[in-house]
Design a protein around this ligand. Structure first.
Ligand code: CMC
Length: 430
């Protein structure tokens, strides 16, 4: 009889009818409400949930978040353990396949990604067609979409080999497209991939190599970038991942679906917060100005950027790792006065009831911008730096969706609030 309690009894007061709705994994099926009708002709009840704030769109085994306790796990491994013991490509494998790779599997995976880092020369020309000051996220979005025209076989999404190739190609080519966009903005020749280097090392080479015959990345920066990319690899059903799944549910090729993810990430409410943090630290200017700035936040004249999160109501576990990471990067690149302001700002906010009562703690973006700035990246590149690692998350979620028997084309309902059955008015009479 214990099972009989796993349900919801709903009485429709319009009809007096009572319905039993099964509860499964803490959820009820929205379609169960469709049976609740006032008469045979009635369409049935729908649920209304703008922004899907309380609607699960899928079952997933990829990423677990416990926002109340500040926990983030990929395939059951904590983000702290992954950052300490794994490389970004190892985590990408874990996201895609569900298990950590054995050594030979990892070697094969890294080899496959490494030999797919080059892009077609026409794609280079395509990027060359952008204006000198084109935003690199706009360039990335369109060039990722354009990849579908180079690999038309990717539209066979039921073919295992095609899905594998698209996964490898996207993870391999994203840094190349990102670095080409950066070099384009500077009017510098594009650097081809160097397949002798590691995944982050090659990215640094494509970004910063000048006249030297061989670029030798600083291992400390390589490591810092790798950790940063692990931290950004996946974050379950965020806006861009939901976009990839929604667009992918139409059975379009994965390049087009991931281009939709890049577009969603471009928005300032999603991938753009790290840039806003730096602008805020610039405005604060000195540690002495922090109390006045925080008063402005409490008076609602300002927003404390890099603080707060829809899901985490405790310290964002990614922020804790990244803070250590910033210190390591600054050891290589030199001190940043902004780190002192950021650290003091965090201390003041965590000491203030206004912020703790609202559960406002630093999120991943509070410190990531400082690393990008230390690497001499222009602010326009910050969101691009997020898109590179999120590609493995997008692809793992896309693969999961394609193989899920419950997947149907995403097609929400609406509550129509407009006019009905109006008489057409000829233009002369309007
Ligand atoms: N500064 C000041 N007050 C804040 C902030 C903030 N950053 N965030 C939330 N609040 C206040 C808000 O005013 C509200 O107060 P009250 O109840 O008195 O009206 C209370 O805290 C609850 O906030 P909310 O707006 O209901 O929270 P939300 O879940 O809708 O917003 C958020 C989440 C991330 C949009 C928001 O915290 C925010 O705007 N933060 C700054 C931007 C930022 O850092 N974004 C990066 C998110 S992490 C990267 C990613 O995953 O893409």
């Amino acid at each position: 009889m214990a099972d009989s309690k796993e349900s919801l009894s709903v009485t429709d007061n319009r009809t007096g009818e009572t319905y039993e709705v099964p509860i499964e994994q803490g959820t009820v099926k929205a379609m169960a409400f469709r049976d609740m009708k006032v008469d045979e002709d009635d369409f049935g009840l729908m649920t209304y949930d703008p922004a899907f704030t309380n609607t699960a769109n899928c079952r997933s085994t990829i990423t677990y978040i416990d926002g109340e306790n500040g926990v983030l796990e990929h395939r059951g491994y904590t983000i702290e353990d992954l950052c300490e013991h794994a490389t970004y490509l190892e985590v990408a494998y874990l996201l895609i396949y569900g298990e950590l790779p054995k050594q030979d599997e990892l070697d094969e995976w890294v080899h496959e990604i490494t030999i797919h880092t080059f892009v077609h020369e026409n794609l280079k020309e395509f990027l060359g067609g952008f204006r000198y000051d084109a935003h690199p996220m706009g360039m990335l979005q369109s060039s990722v979409g354009a990849l579908s025209t180079f690999y038309p076989g990717a539209k066979n999404i039921d073919d295992d080999r095609e899905r594998f190739l698209a996964t490898i190609r996207l993870i391999a080519k994203m840094p190349t497209l990102a670095a080409f966009a950066y070099r384009h903005n500077l009017g510098l020749p594009y650097n081809y991939p160097d397949n002798d280097l590691s995944y982050p090392g090659n990215f640094l080479s494509m970004m910063f190599k000048m006249t030297e015959a061989k670029y030798e990345p600083d291992p400390r920066l390589e490591k810092a970038l790798d950790v940063l990319w692990i931290l950004h690899a996946d974050h379950e059903q965020n806006c861009s991942t939901a976009a990839v799944r929604a667009v992918g549910s139409s059975e379009v090729d994965p390049y087009s679906a991931v281009a939709a993810g890049v577009a969603a990430l471009y928005g300032p409410l999603h991938g753009g917060a790290n840039e806003a943090v730096l602008k805020m630290l610039d405005r604060i200017e000195t540690v002495e100005n922090i109390p006045d700035f925080l008063q402005g936040v409490k008076d609602r004249k300002e927003r404390l950027m890099g603080f707060g999160h829809r899901v985490y109501k405790n310290y964002d576990p990614r922020a804790r790792v990244i803070k250590k990471n910033v210190e390591e990067v600054l050891e290589v690149t030199g001190k940043s006065p902004k780190l002192e302001i950021a650290t003091e700002l965090e201390k003041h906010a965590l000491d203030d009831d206004y912020f703790t009562e609202r559960k406002l703690y630093p999120n991943v973006d509070f410190y990531s911008g400082l690393i990008y700035e230390a690497l001499s990246l222009p602010t326009d590149m910050f969101t691009v730096m997020f898109a590179i690692p999120r590609t493995s998350g997008w692809m793992s979620q896309w693969l999961e969706m394609v193989k899920d028997e419950e997947t149907k084309i995403a097609r929400p309902r609406q509550i129509y609030t407009g006019e009905r059955a109006r008489d057409f008015v000829p233009i002369a009479d309007r």
